[in-house]
Structures are given as structure tokens and as C-alpha cells.
Design a protein around this ligand. Structure first.
Ligand code: APR
Length: 314
């Protein structure tokens, strides 16, 4: 869509891959990268701008020298932080990344006051909560990347089992973007066919387990988190917002009574469009899933509590 500007704070592996993906699709006309590490945003911006010479639609890609240069963006993607490494849990990252997110968010408020924020840094659900609390913005304008990525990991596991339907497989993962995530492969379709007609209970269990370990599997091979999957998933969310597609994408959002919870950010299916979160879809959960969702919400609330106990929000 012409005339749309996307800012990316944190031009590391995920941020740069999101920029690359957006520029290949021609989703926006301008992308500005910022990174605290000197030269990183410059180098990545030049590299991606050169790649974009072969994309179907031109995108202006620049590096910001200071946070003030990431100005008047329609969307700001926040990937700044320290990535999860080896056996480090997402909780280990909590305090370090919360402080980074706080400072970055204040810059976004100052220089792109009308933006929609896509939150990416881990631990995702708690960092998304931090952005809500720091900004105080309408909750539709802050959306965490969770189900778009975990859902693609689930769809991949379904595809691996059945060997067809890539790109046509439903992506439904709710809950947190961590150990207690809830992949729901039994609920999706492959093309027009319910997955329950294609897979056994045992296979569903295996898909659930593999989806939950989807991020860790990549860390085990590479020693660092994946970035093509996250980068493309972010771009998918940006497309839905800038093109106002009203696509249904599981995302980490602030609940206000939906699913019986308040004041917590957690992954549920939402409608993405020009206003960010256009609607939260309040699915009816079966008893077992509802219990899992409760565990998931509680794990996020524990992270929020750690921040509160450390007087992070004061
Ligand atoms: N402002 C701007 N950039 C920052 C800041 C800051 N205050 N602090 C750190 N960064 C930058 C780092 O210099 C680095 O280039 O954020 C970038 C993060 O990139 P990577 O280390 O490559 O991490 P990446 O794999 O991209 O993951 C980014 O997304 O999925 C999550 O867990 C992951 O939190 C991590 C984030």
C-alpha cells in the first residue's frame, strides 16, 4: 500500500527479516530501521534496499541515526532486546528486556504518536503488557506477535504429517507464547477438510508437542532463535493492518472481559485491520482447553507480578 511507513526498532535477525519480507511484498512504501548497536541498522538497510531493486514494488529503506528519526510511522515493530539463547528460559529475559522495552516505547510515544505497535521481544506476553502500561494507549493499537508465528509452526507440523495442503492449513494457537501455549490442531481445516478427518488422536498429540517445541528446535540447531518464521509472521500482521484485510490472526492482546479475564495480555484469535485489533474473537473453549488457558494466563500474570514486585511500573 502506497504512502505507509513502518518503523522497526531492533534491526537484528527478526527485525531485519521482517523488513526484508515487507520489502519483497511491497506492503509499505517506507521502512526505517533503528538499532542501538552502531552500524547494524545502516548495514541492514543498505543490504535490504539493494535486494528490493528486484522486488515487485519499490520500498524506501533507511537507517535511523537516532530514535527521533523513527517518526510518524503508521506501524512500529519492536524487536529490540536480548534474544533467548540455549537453555535460557523466556522468564530469564524478563527484567533485561522490560527495561529496554520501556525506553523504546517512550520514544515511540514521542515520535510516532499515532502508530500501531507490533510487539515482538520476549518474553512476548509480558513485554506486550509493558507496552500497554507504558503507553496507556487504546488497547487495539498494541498487538503482540504470538499465534501468527506459533500457528505457522503448527501448520508446518500438520503438513509434515499429511504431506499436502501447505499454505491451506489453519493456524490456531492460543495462550502464551511460551511453555504453556495451546496449539489447537483439532480445530483447524486443511483446505476445506477438517483436520480431524485426516489425523489420529496420537498424531494430534505429537503435533501439539512439536509445535510447543518449535522455537527450541531451531535454537538447538542454530544456537540462536529462528528469524525467517518470525519475520514473515510479522509481515503478515503488517499486511493485514495496512491493507485492512480484516484477517483472523491469533495475537497477544489485552483482554477486557473476553475469556473471563481482565488486565492481562494473552494470545487469542483477533481480527486485524486498519485500526489494529478490530475485534477479539471470544471462542467457546472446551473444559480442558479452558483449564489450559487458565494455566497459561497465570504464567503471564506471574511475569507481570515479578515486574510489579520490582517496582517496574512505578
Ligand atoms: N534500541 C534499539 N535496538 C536495541 C536496543 C535498544 N534499546 N537494545 C537492543 N537492541 C537491538 C540489538 O542491538 C539487536 O540488534 O535489538 C536487536 C535484537 O536483535 P537480535 O539480537 O538479532 O535478536 P532477534 O533474534 O532479532 O530477536 C529479537 O524477538 O523473538 C524475539 O526473543 C527474541 O526478544 C528477541 C527479539
Amino acid at each position: 500500500m502506497i504512502g505507509k511507513k513502518v518503523g522497526i526498532i531492533g534491526a537484528g535477525a527478526v527485525g531485519a527479516t521482517a523488513a526484508y519480507s515487507l520489502s519483497m511484498m511491497g506492503t509499505c512504501n517506507e521502512i526505517v530501521l533503528f538499532d542501538i548497536a552502531e552500524g547494524v541498522a545502516d548495514g541492514k538497510a543498505i543490504d535490504i534496499a539493494q535486494a528490493s531493486q528486484y522486488s515487485k514494488q519499490p520500498t524506501i529503506i533507511t537507517a535511523a541515526k537516532t530514535p527521533a528519526d523513527v517518526s510518524d510511522c503508521d506501524i512500529v515493530i519492536i524487536t529490540a532486546g536480548v534474544p533467548r539463547k540455549g537453555d535460557m528460559t523466556r522468564a530469564d529475559l524478563l527484567m533485561i528486556n522490560a527495561k529496554i522495552i520501556k525506553s523504546v516505547t517512550k520514544d515511540v510515544m514521542k515520535y510516532s504518536p499515532n502508530a500501531i505497535i507490533i510487539s515482538v521481544s520476549n518474553p512476548l506476553d509480558v513485554m506486550t503488557y509493558v507496552i500497554h502500561k507504558i503507553t496507556g494507549w487504546e488497547s487495539n493499537r498494541i498487538i503482540g506477535l504470538a499465534g501468527a508465528l506459533d500457528g505457522s509452526r503448527m501448520a508446518y507440523q500438520i503438513y509434515k504429517k499429511i504431506g499436502f495442503g501447505a499454505g491451506q492449513i489453519g493456524k490456531l494457537v492460543i495462550g502464551d507464547h511460551g511453555e504453556n501455549m495451546i496449539p489447537l490442531p483439532q480445530k483447524v481445516k486443511v483446505g476445506v477438510v477438517p483436520a480431524t478427518d485426516l489425523l489420529t488422536d496420537e498424531e494430534f498429540q505429537d503435533i501439539i508437542e512439536r509445535t510447543k517445541k518449535g522455537g527450541a528446535e531451531i535454537v538447538n540447531y542454530l544456537g540462536t532463535s529462528g528469524y525467517y518464521g518470525p519475520g514473515r509472521a510479522i509481515a503478515h500482521m503488517v499486511e493485514a493492518i495496512l491493507e485492512d484485510t480484516k484477517s483472523v490472526v491469533s495475537s497477544c492482546v489485552m483482554l477486557n472481559g473476553e475469556y473471563g479475564y481482565n488486565n492481562v495480555t494473552v494470545g487469542v484469535p483477533v481480527v486485524l485491520g486498519k485500526n489494529g485489533v478490530e475485534q477479539i474473537i471470544d471462542m467457546t473453549l472446551e473444559t480442558k482447553t479452558r483449564e489450559k488457558f487458565k494455566t497459561s494466563v497465570e504464567s503471564i500474570q506471574e511475569g507481570i507480578k515479578i515486574l510489579e514486585e520490582n517496582e517496574f511500573f512505578n
